[in-house]
Write a protein that binds this ligand. Sequence first.
Ligand SMILES: Cc1ncc(COP(=O)(O)O)c(C=O)c1O
Length: 373
Amino acid sequence: MTQAVGGIPLSRPYLDERDEELVLEVLRSGRLSLGPAIDRFEELFAERVGAPYAAAVSSGTAGLHLLAHAAALVPGDEVITSPVSFVATANCFLHEGAEPVFADVDPATLNVDPAAVEAAITPRTRAIVAVDMFGYPCELDALRALCERHGLTLIVDACEALGAEYRGRPVGSHGPSAVFGFYPNKQITTGEGGMVTTHSEEEWQLLRSLRNQGRSYDSRWFHHVRLGFNYRFTDLQAALGIAQLEKLDEILALRSDAAERYGSLLDGVDGVEAPLADDAEHRRSWFVYVVKLPRGVDREAVTARLKDDGIEAGHYVPCVHLQPYMRERFGFTEGLCPVAEEIATRTLALPFFAGIEPADQERVAESLARALA
Ligand SMILES: Cc1ncc(COP(=O)(O)O)c(C=O)c1O
């Protein structure tokens, strides 16, 4: 892979001739939507993550929304979620009229802390949306047990975690339903797109209907049995998805190598904390490489120094509950989730993608060391 003109980008998709070949095949077939490539991609994806069913949708956000919709939430319901995530984790149920309740995260995993979730449960709680942040699997068993005990729906936002493993099995294989995302910074991309894996045939049929304007799955085109959405995936996206899945192992290995290299390069940089290492129960799928800067460091200044050296870096991620629309609507302020808030001021995503040049990683590490000196 060659370096982008002018600098090292934060992310970049991993594309080759095979992607072009399969997309071109679909393009020439004339079946651009609701065609066989979608079915094939769904089958291959389900097989890959070990889930019985998979439904492709137009984005990860759409997948999360469909699961929130399927949970039959009503205005006034509460849904507990993580402040350390992308806004879609919360937006999916806001669109259904439910109210967000943010439970603080574990400072090591950056995933929602099951004890904080339990403490946040009220008689109005209906669901939990957990996220495998930065590709590190959340505490699925503890959260599932909580949901069973309190009669709640669990939705897993695995948009960043394709290829991750929890307790020795792929994320997506355990149940309940999980959502994956294919935006170009993800492990595999379809441009835009997402996938919902489910362990229920009934839910799978419902998702397929909901994504397609509430149609029934017989041959009647203008026959709508429920209120649905247009969250359809295209066959062009599916073709790209198939080609990308074919090289998922290669992509994951390249990402792992790059993470390991950053680990050694940054070892000597004072005060920089590397992402949490795997343990027996959690195997991360490397999505982004987010370090924690030492307390008290001016992160804006560090980012500006990196930029001067042609290196793109990102503030991954600001707390969801402190986004302007959340503050305005729900009155959330600093202090609600102190662990998340403290970490969110110190995290920095470094350029990271499959095939990043080792020399570029060295440049990043050197630049970061200079910025912190
Ligand atoms: C944790 C998380 N949830 C949800 C999404 C939404 O996915 P999409 O951009 O495909 O709608 C993303 C990706 O951007 C994400 O990182």
